[in-house]
Design a protein around this ligand. Sequence first.
Ligand code: ZN
Length: 253
Amino acid sequence: MKLKVLGCYGGNIPGHGMTSFLVNDALALDAGWVSNALTLKEQEKVKDILISHSHLDHTCTLPFLIDNNFTAPGFALRIYAIPEVISSMRNHLFNNHTWPDFTCLPNDMTPVLKLVEVEPEEPFVINGFTIRAVEVSHSVPTAGYILEDKKGAIAFSSDTGPTRRFWEVANAVKNLKAIITECSFPNAFQELATISGHLTPNTLSREIEKIRPDVPIYLYGGKPKHLKAIRRELAALKQKRLRMMVQGRTYKF
Ligand SMILES: [Zn+2]
């Protein structure tokens, strides 16, 4: 599969977009930077988006992606998430206050937006991928996603502090090619990372011990203000399989 990094940072400054990846041009993983990174033509091809949790750095381009393409013939978007996250998007994002409720526009029969609830660990299929949401440990209900097709699989944890079940499920996946997880803060901000449900190089190093050793680990989520310190501390771990993701790059798994 082809995975393009639209944004891979835990904040937003010029040249640094927030979390979003595009799989085979049509399926997005989180939406922190979709409309910012893609042309209108490219945006029209995005039909399905897996959302991990309600935080704005993972959802904030959804309103504009839909608004930009509302009048494009046949445009319709399906957003998948665990029930708590769907209900948060209904109540706080597409609520006719923050943004229109596109689940009944232009009419109830053929809306441009469908919000689809997925149950943790129950497989569903999109574009030939078998996908499972698996819950992780963040400050709000959050699920990572495991995507599998005949050629391989990837596991995206999304935002998480130290966690367990996601690694158990990922470790059992045949042909797992990559793990994508986060490292948001440097070690000096461990307390903040713990309270907010994020990883530092220190806590990441303990998570690595829970992850099977044959799979490369790609990292996203660094706060722009702390990228230098995070890079330095990750290098000090001397773990060859750790890689910081690069915005704009396309990875083939
Ligand atoms: Zn978050």
